[in-house]
Design a protein. Structure first.
Length: 132
């Protein structure tokens, strides 16, 4: 994203806040809200430090690692959908390389996939998604 897009996004986000996020936003002085509305990195850091508590991170990490193909409520999930969602959950919380992410997705996938896809040969997510 370019600087102009970041500025517009930074200025727009607070208008979407609801409930606890809205209360959090208005606890800052007007000057501080103005400063955060013009500094994308500052706004992101403040949001993360407030909402991404250690407990939330641990729960989100456990959820990401526990996710399996066609979990409860996802009975119509395709292999590609599963791989992309699992990767997104991992990427949000971890700074893993492609091979580690692919290994984790493969670990959570049905064992039949291993007869179709040799996970050790694949080095990037796009190739993995294409093969499954």
């Amino acid at each position: 994203m370019g600087l102009n897009e970041n500025n517009r996004l930074t200025q727009a986000i607070p208008f979407r806040f609801k409930d606890e996020a809205k209360q959090w936003w208005y606890q800052f002085s007007e000057a501080e809200r103005l400063r955060m509305s013009t500094d994308w990195q500052l706004l992101c850091n403040r949001l993360i430090s407030f909402f991404w508590t250690p407990t939330w991170i641990t729960e989100a990490r456990n959820k990401a690692l526990a996710a399996k193909y066609r979990d409860s409520g996802h009975y119509k999930e395709t292999p590609v959908q599963f791989a992309l969602v699992k990767k997104k959950l991992i990427d949000m919380l971890e700074n893993w390389n492609n091979l580690t992410v692919i290994a984790e997705v493969a670990r959570s996938a049905p064992t039949q996939w291993r007869t179709i896809v040799n996970h050790e040969e694949i080095a990037d997510g796009a190739t993995y998604v294409t093969r499954i």
